[in-house]
Design a protein around this ligand. Structure first.
Ligand code: NAD
Length: 499
């Protein structure tokens, strides 16, 4: 597949994608196709094939054969690292192209997309290191006539299902780790945002990944995604998306007891204590809400503020929200992006109305933003929210912040943990004892103190409660995609059981 355009301005026509199996591009042929309109501009930008279950079967068979060939599963960690490092270079070389198509398909600001692409390359670099250091264990304490070893082996064929909000960085938080462990993959990206997952195929091939290890089957979740979760030829499924669909995947995966890794939704608290640096906290809270226009699993959408400073903090937020730079997603100055679909925009606006109906006070935002032909919702602050209201309980997945007040530390933590989710939390305080106590008490897989949405490949991520199962990234992120084998080796002459 060739590079298209200069990656500036709008594309001149649709970019067509086939799908990718066994190191070969396949044209859509007579399969139905789906055209993606840019959320930021309302223009058609890409077209993908809607594959069927037969295409999935073929991809899984290819991935299984590639796994059995041991061209990758039997390669040394050093050889896998060489490939992963070349992939990172390939992403950095074509960073503008990746960022451009990611922005067009998702509606996120181009500056954010560029940063995500650079972060993605970092995951491949990090995983290259883990590929070389991945190891098991040995037991030299079993006596002179026994030696024990524990090996880590690739699981086999991993099915990866990704969401539309962070297509490339979510893939980068999984794929290099899966490959570092020696597995083969079949990926079903979101039908809305498949471009960058497909473009990556050429980079993987050029970097020396053997054919058949990376396969992309584009299509709908209810057909291809569901079939992948059920498929006996898939050994493990890595799903990132909503908790609603995650449950379906888990049920389907039970058919052949496949391993499951789930990264799901969140309703993440931001706790602001009265002794926090309020300017810092307000900036963090506004960033935590506006990042990806609130369509972010770790979005800090539940603001839990100490009563004594609530009024002042509210005013600081309004002032900050008014200065968030909105505009064309392709303008590098733009900070705030578009909403993924009409239906989702309506859902967000419906939640704002429901909050008001339940007694919340609309402080700012609350409506669409007119930017070209794009689809936007203004950053919205609802105050006087009770944790029982729908706006405080449901993952709205938009730029809607619900402000709840608390009187003391225990109430703050009770409110923070009163949710079925446990993905992320932020704590703002200058009192180190309080910050650490809060960090220890909050039920969230990712917890930030005096910052928010910080990350990187070194630390494992994942959810508590209904926000997920398993961990991605870090050393654990590679271990997650291995099977552990426990081996006992008898030394010398074995004592016979039958005399
Ligand atoms: P979604 O659950 O609607 O879809 C996710 C993926 O699942 C898509 O590829 C979709 O086609 C596929 N799918 C749909 N139905 C399926 C089925 N029956 N079986 C198998 N696959 C199916 O989620 P979305 O709207 O694309 O993304 C937003 C959600 O993702 C939010 O809830 C967000 O919190 C979550 N998310 C979580 C993380 C994380 O790391 N925890 C990261 C990003 C997004």
């Amino acid at each position: 597949m060739n590079h298209v355009g200069t990656f500036a301005g709008l594309p001149e026509g649709l970019r067509d994608f086939g799908f990718y199996v066994g190191g070969v591009w396949h044209a859509a042929g007579d399969r139905p196709q789906s055209v993606r309109h840019s959320p930021g501009h309302g223009l058609p930008v890409t077209r993908i094939a809607l594959c069927d279950v037969a295409d999935l079967d073929a991809a899984i068979e290819t991935a299984r054969a590639a796994f059995r060939s041991r061209a990758w599963s039997g390669a040394s960690g050093a050889d896998r690292a060489t490939v992963l490092l070349a992939v990172a270079r390939g992403i950095r070389d074509r960073l503008e192209e990746f960022a451009y198509w990611e922005t067009l398909e998702t509606g996120k600001p181009i500056t954010q997309a560029r940063a995500e692409m650079a972060d993605a390359a970092g995951h491949y670099e990090y995983a290259a290191g883990v590929a070389r250091t991945l190891h098991g264990d040995s037991f030299n304490n079993l006596g002179d006539d026994m030696f024990g070893i524990v090996t880590r082996e690739p699981v086999g064929v991993v099915g990866v299902i990704t969401p539309w909000n962070f297509p490339f960085i979510v893939l980068a938080e999984r794929l290099p780790y899966i490959l570092a462990a020696g597995n083969s993959v079949v990926i079903k990206p979101s039908e809305l945002t498949s471009a960058t997952t497909l473009i990556l195929a050429d980079i993987l091939a050029a970097s020396g990944l053997p054919a058949g290890i990376y396969n992309v089957v584009t299509g709908l979740g209810e057909s291809v995604g569901q079939a992948m979760a059920e498929h006996p030829g898939i050994d493990m499924i890595s799903f990132t998306g909503s908790s609603r669909v995650g449950e379906k995947v888990m049920v389907a995966a039970a058919r052949n007891f496949k391993k499951v890794a789930l990264e799901l939704g969140g309703k993440n608290p931001q706790i602001v204590f009265a002794d926090a640096d309020l300017h810092d906290a307000a900036d963090g809270v506004v960033f935590g809400l506006c990042h990806n226009a609130g369509q972010c699993c770790v979005s800090g959408s539940r603001l839990i503020v100490e009563e004594t400073i609530a009024e002042r903090f509210e005013a600081l937020l309004v002032e900050k929200f008014s200065r968030v730079r909105t505009g064309d997603c392709l303008d590098p100055a733009t900070q705030f992006g578009a909403i993924v679909s009409d239906a989702h925009q309506q859902k967000i606006l419906g939640y704002i109305r429901s909050g008001q109906e339940e007694g919340a006070r609309l402080v700012c935002g609350g409506d669409t933003l007119p930017i070209g032909n794009g689809r936007y919702v203004a950053p919205t602050l609802l105050a006087d929210v009770k944790n029982s209201m729908r706006v405080a309980r449901d993952e709205i997945f938009g730029p809607v912040l619900s402000l709840i007040t608390f009187r003391d530390f225990d109430e703050a933590l009770e409110l923070a943990n009163d949710t079925p989710y446990g993905l992320a939390a932020s704590i703002w305080t200058k009192d180190i004892d309080k910050g650490i106590r809060a960090m220890r008490s909050v039920q969230a897989g990712r917890t930030w103190v005096n910052t928010t949405i910080a990350g990187g490949p070194e630390q494992a991520i994942g959810g508590f409660k209904q926000s997920g199962l398993g961990r991605e990234t870090g050393v654990l992120g590679v271990q997650e995609y291995t099977e552990v084998k426990s081996v006992h080796i008898a030394l010398g002459k074995r004592k016979h059981w039958v005399a």
